[in-house]
Design a protein around this ligand. Structure first.
Ligand SMILES: [Zn+2]
Length: 351
C-alpha cells in the first residue's frame, strides 16, 4: 500500500511539474523580487509612541490608512507599483543594467530607474481669506526651495556627517511654475478630507495630474503642516496639500518651505525615514539606516536607535526645516523608478 501511495505521489508531482513548466519560469523570475516586507497600512499607535512635541505633523500616512479603507483596490495598485519599483532597482544592480535600458539577463530587458533630468510643472491651487494672502514671494520662494532640495543645492548639505556624506544625492528634478489658481473662501479650516481638491465642496479641482503636480495651499488646521497622496491613489485627489503658514519662506521652525520637500517626497513614493514602525519595519530604501521612531527638533549627531545612527537630516524625518538637507541615492532610485515606461509618473517624461 505504501508503495502504491509513493508511486501515485511521484506521478502526481511529475504531472504538476509538466503542467507548470512555463509558469515555473515566470514564478522563478518573480520570486527574485522579495515583497515580503511590503506594507501600506501603518499602526498609528507606533506613530504616537515615537512622536515628540517638537516634531512635524505630517498626515500622509493617516490619510493613506483612510484611503486604503475606503478603496479596496488601492492596496493592489500600491503593491504593483512597489513590485515594479523593486524590479527597476534590481535591474540597475545587474551586469549590463546601467544606462537607460537595463538588461534583465536574457529575454525582455527590465527597465532601470529613469536616467536624466526630469522637469515637473506645478499647478498651485490657493484657497485664502483675502486675495493675495498667500503672497507671490511665498510662491517664488517655495519653487526655489523645491529646486534647491531636489538638485542638492541646500546650503546645509555640507553639515552631513561623514557616515552619510557619501549618500547625499542630486535627484535632478526641476519644478517649474505652470499656473496659480486662487479662490477666496470663508472656510476657516479644511482638514484632511480632500475637500480643497473638489470644486463641489468649495475647493479647486485638480488639473491633469498625469502631467502636473497639483499643490493646494490652504489652512488645514489642527497644527497639520501638510499631507500628500502616494502613487496609486485616485487622480482627482492626486497631489500635495500644504498649510498656508508653511508654504514657502514664512516664519518659525517650519518656515523654510521644507514641508513641500517632504510631501513631494511622499508624492514620489518615499516613506518616512523610520518606516512608520519598529526597527524591522523598513522604508524600502537600502541605504537609509533603520529606526523605530521619528525625530523632531534639531538633533545632534549621532542619535542612535536600532543600533545605528538615525539619518535625522533626511527630508523624510520629522525635524525642523533647517535641520533636514538630504535625500539618499537609494531614495533617488526609488523616486526615479516611477518614471520608467508604464510607471506611475511615466507621463511626466513622455514614457
Ligand atoms: Zn510625511
Amino acid at each position: 500500500m505504501k508503495k502504491i501511495i509513493l508511486f501515485l505521489a511521484i506521478a502526481l508531482i511529475g504531472f504538476v511539474a509538466c503542467q507548470d513548466s512555463t509558469e515555473d519560469v515566470l514564478v522563478e523570475q518573480q520570486s527574485k523580487i522579495d515583497m515580503s516586507n511590503f506594507y501600506a497600512f501603518t499602526d498609528e499607535g507606533t506613530d504616537l509612541l515615537s512622536k515628540s512635541s517638537n516634531s512635524r505633523n505630517c498626515q500622509s500616512m493617516k490619510v493613506l490608512n483612510r484611503q486604503l479603507n475606503e478603496n479596496p483596490g488601492l492596496f493592489k495598485k500600491m503593491y504593483d507599483i512597489e513590485y515594479n519599483t523593486r524590479k527597476a532597482i534590481a535591474a540597475k544592480g545587474k551586469p549590463g543594467g546601467g544606462g537607460g535600458n537595463g538588461n534583465g539577463g536574457g529575454g525582455t530587458p527590465d527597465p532601470v530607474p529613469y536616467v536624466g533630468a526630469i522637469t515637473i510643472p506645478v499647478i498651485i491651487n490657493i484657497l485664502e481669506d483675502n486675495a493675495g494672502d498667500v503672497t507671490q514671494a511665498q510662491i517664488n520662494s517655495q519653487l526655489a526651495i523645491l529646486n534647491e532640495d531636489f538638485n542638492n543645492n541646500n546650503p546645509n548639505t555640507g553639515n552631513a556627517p561623514a557616515e552619510f556624506a557619501g549618500l547625499v544625492s542630486d535627484v535632478n528634478i526641476t519644478f517649474t511654475l505652470a499656473v496659480v489658481n486662487r479662490k477666496i473662501s470663508t472656510k476657516s479650516t479644511w482638514g484632511t478630507s480632500n475637500a480643497m481638491k473638489d470644486v463641489g465642496q468649495g475647493g479647486i479641482d485638480a488639473t491633469d495630474p498625469s502631467t502636473y503636480l497639483n499643490l493646494w495651499v490652504c489652512n488645514i488646521g489642527g497644527g497639520i503642516l501638510g499631507y500628500a497622496q502616494f502613487p496609486g491613489g485616485a487622480a482627482a485627489t492626486d497631489g500635495v496639500v500644504i498649510g498656508n503658514d508653511y508654504f514657502g519662506e514664512t516664519s518659525g521652525v517650519y518656515g523654510d518651505g521644507r514641508t513641500a520637500t517632504h510631501e513631494v517626497g511622499h508624492w514620489l513614493n518615499l516613506r518616512h525615514i523610520w518606516g512608520d514602525g519598529r526597527c524591522r519595519q523598513d522604508d524600502f530604501v537600502a541605504d537609509t539606516p533603520s529606526s523605530d521612531r521619528s525625530n523632531g527638533g534639531c538633533p545632534t549627531y549621532p542619535l542612535v536607535h536600532c543600533k545605528s545612527a538615525d539619518m535625522t537630516m533626511n527630508y523624510m524625518d520629522y525635524v525642523y526645516d533647517d535641520c533636514m538637507y538630504m535625500f539618499t541615492d537609494g531614495q533617488n532610485d526609488r523616486m526615479r523608478a516611477l518614471f520608467v515606461a508604464g510607471g506611475a509618473k511615466a507621463s511626466f517624461v513622455g514614457n
